[in-house]
Design a protein around this ligand. Structure first.
Ligand SMILES: Nc1ncnc2c1ncn2[C@@H]1O[C@H](COP(=O)(O)OP(=O)(O)OP(=O)(O)O)[C@@H](O)[C@H]1O
Length: 533
């Protein structure tokens, strides 16, 4: 069902009217009208900091919106603000990027902990019967899983399926016990770690949930996923709705324009900045890693020229995602040496401070946990690694520091442009810009990137690619680990493919394409492997 056909015949499953949310003097949402029609899949998109999560948090009962903001569920007025947990009684359910599962519990236990009928009952739980029930329930969504398996042992796709099926089940029992129509599933970037074919499987589940009676709001920066899944797209910019259109009538370029606010000259959908090659063939490698072992890795060699961007691709569990942390010393390597310019050292003896001292930087995937200090300001986070260079005779040259911070905020387009804002209050993508900026300020010799543009909007992606490319031109070598193979194909000079802890192929030149990478990560060691083009 789409907006226009539904609009004439029915009331929306959910409607926000004149929603305004302020944080102090800052207006995060301004007079927003947002409708979700019955059994519709609608995309909510917008740049980092445009207000998507703020809107969701109003419905989750976390944010208190301004007076005059209104919420209607199935046409019935519901008073705002909502209390924490009230969303369940309204038939709303949320699946965020972290999926909200308890990894040390089984699939069945994860279903039961959220089930009020079970947690409120004093009767003993018949685990066998519950396992059977959950197995059948998952099967009804075409998900074939052992309900006794621990969540941490499941593949990422299976974990996402469990989280979505659990949310769908909450909505189904809400509809059943209230004889209600409607109910809305909010999916906030649940696909970021999944390769494309697995994303399609997940979309199949979402379509089934919608066919069963729910609506879905899909929040994502992945516009190709948005185009494939959604029937309508609503665009937020700077806290205001600037577009609301059936997906069929929107072309990709127009969508990017709506999101960013200006025409994007030649910016493709990944924001691809093109290859960054500035390395000089034939010169000795700036960095040579030999025999790296630890975690899943079983002896990996990597060389990087000055100015070169080398990608690492692999499925989860291939070991690719461990390399940046082992090289930076935040996880201990069992074996391996690294030569960086003239110095050679044991990687297992590296600690993060010694890595920084050698000119190695790390932009981790979990930026909130590992990449920043949420309780410090944007300004403090941006200059944390270089502040001592601004001291003369024991005194900080504050005006120079201030100038540096303003320069960072402008170059990266960080919003809000407020050096005093707490880092923990920044939206995900804006926080990532500051984390990358912080490392570029030290002028690293080797920058290790893990999923650097995850959760970053199209416009900011292009800015990040551009700034990293400029840094490459000054000789910085970059090791780029990502599950986004289109991105790797766009930004890297070469990509090494890891399977089962070993490098099994290397792609470059014409052969470096998303499709070839997708094939290579499934090619087992010993099969015919690619050679440099
Ligand atoms: N509790 C808060 N206090 C102060 N400012 C906040 C708070 N929560 C959000 N903001 C600000 O509101 C704006 C909107 O943030 P929000 O998290 O909704 O963006 P978003 O569209 O979800 O971005 P992203 O795509 O990066 O996740 C941002 O500028 C953010 O810094």
């Amino acid at each position: 069902m789409n907006a226009s056909s539904a609009g004439a015949a029915t009331v929306p499953a959910l409607e926000l009217r004149s929603l305004t949310q302020r944080f102090g003097l800052f207006t995060a949402l301004n007079d927003v009208d947002f409708r979700v029609w019955p059994q519709e899949i609608v995309a909510l998109v917008g740049q980092n900091g445009s207000g998507k999560s703020t809107l969701v948090k109003v419905l989750a009962g976390v944010n208190v919106p301004e007076d005059g903001s209104r919420l209607l569920v199935n046409g019935r007025e519901v008073a705002l603000p909502l209390a924490g947990g009230q969303f369940r009684q309204l038939g709303l359910s949320f699946v965020h990027q972290d999926l909200g599962l308890v990894r040390t519990l089984s699939v069945t236990e994860n279903f039961l902990i959220g089930d009020a009928r079970i947690t409120a009952s004093h009767r003993p739980i018949h685990w066998r019967a519950e396992d059977r029930r959950i197995r059948d329930l998952l099967a009804s969504y075409d998900v074939d899983l052992d309900p006794g398996a621990l969540v941490r042992d499941l593949a990422p796709l299976q974990q996402a399926l469990v989280a979505i099926a659990r949310a769908a089940e909450d909505l189904r029992s809400y509809r059943e016990s209230n004889s209600a129509e409607g109910s809305v599933l909010f999916l906030d970037e649940p696909t970021v770690f999944l390769p494309e074919d697995e994303v399609e499987f997940l979309f199949g589940l979402v379509r089934k949930v919608v066919a069963g009676g729910a609506s879905c709001v899909f929040i994502s920066h992945d516009l190709s996923a948005v185009e494939r899944l959604c029937e309508r797209v609503v665009v937020l910019r700077d806290g205001e709705i600037v577009g609301d259109q059936p997906m069929a009538g929107v072309d990709s370029e127009r969508l990017v324009e709506l999101i960013v606010g200006t025409a994007q000259d030649g910016t493709d959908r990944t924001g691809g900045g093109g290859r960054t090659s500035t390395s000089v063939a034939g010169t000795p490698a700036r960095c040579a890693v030999q025999g790296l072992a630890g975690g899943q890795l079983r002896g990996v060699d990597i060389t990087l020229q000055g100015g070169e961007t080398v990608g690492l691709a692999g499925l989860l569990g291939s070991g690719a995602e461990e390399v940046p942390y082992l090289l930076f010393g935040s996880r201990r390597a069992d074996h391996g040496t690294m030569r960086l310019d003239d110095a050679t050292f044991q990687i297992g003896e590296t600690e993060p401070p010694s890595a920084v001292a050698r000119g190695i930087g790390l932009v981790p995937a979990d930026r909130r946990r590992d990449g920043m200090v949420p309780t410090l300001t944007v300004s403090e986070n941006s200059v944390i690694l270089v502040a001592d260079k601004f001291a003369t005779f024991g005194r900080l040259r504050l005006s120079a520091l201030r100038e540096l911070v303003h320069g960072i905020l402008d170059r990266f387009g960080v919003r809000p442009r407020d050096p005093g804002a707490l880092m923990g209050k920044l939206s995900g993508g804006n926080a990532q810009k500051v984390v990358i900026a912080k490392w570029l300020e030290i002028g690293p010799r080797l920058l290790l990137l893990h999923e650097p543009t995850q959760g970053v909007d199209v416009g900011a992606r292009a800015a990040i690619y551009e700034l990293l490319q400029q840094a490459s031109k000054t000789g910085m070598s970059t090791l780029w680990v990502s599950s986004d193979f289109e991105e790797l194909a766009n930004v890297c000079d070469r990509v090494l493919v890891l399977v089962d802890g070993r490098v099994t192929s290397e792609l470059s030149g014409e052969r470096l394409t998303k499709d070839n990478l997708n094939t290579a990560v499934f090619t087992s060691p010993g099969a015919t492997l690619g050679t440099p083009a």
